[in-house]
Design a protein around this ligand. Sequence first.
Ligand SMILES: [Zn+2]
Ligand SMILES: [Zn+2]
Length: 177
Amino acid sequence: MNVDLPFFRYHPDPVASGSIHASAESCVCCGRSTGWIYTATFYSAHEVGGRFCPWCIADGSAADRFAGEFTDSYGLDGVSGDVLHEVTRRTPGFHAWQDPHWLVHCYDASAFVGEVGYSELAEHPEALEQLRTDLRMDGCHDESRLESLLTHLGGGMTAMLFRCTVCGDHLAYADAS
Ligand SMILES: [Zn+2]
Ligand SMILES: [Zn+2]
């Protein structure tokens, strides 16, 4: 654990997930070199010209100064305005093929755990089952093909794992190239 980083309720370990890296690069928002730099998504109409330290993400100054968001609000249905604000403007996004989005459970945004393969997903049967349901809804009706897709996660398809901040259940969505 990186105890010196600010705490992100909806993205508790952004170093493990690969969104924040150890780096001597200075932050484009505060100008400080904190030893850590954010490398994932930021959406803004402005030219940013650099990257942010975790502190400028946590206190909202990066999103305010550059009028941008780390994550699209897509999928964040049924959460409060405060939660929406925290996830999109004060929480590190993550690397994904498609635009990253957050999952909701128990009327709260879930915490992003990371990109996982089949073996990690299999430790959370409820997340695996939900992914099966999603894939069927997306039109995958061949069960053997579906299982093959899941067991070969990591190639053209990967799973984004979340954990409910209220009940602790895991949930996931499939990301494809
Ligand atoms: Zn900064
Ligand atoms: Zn829940």
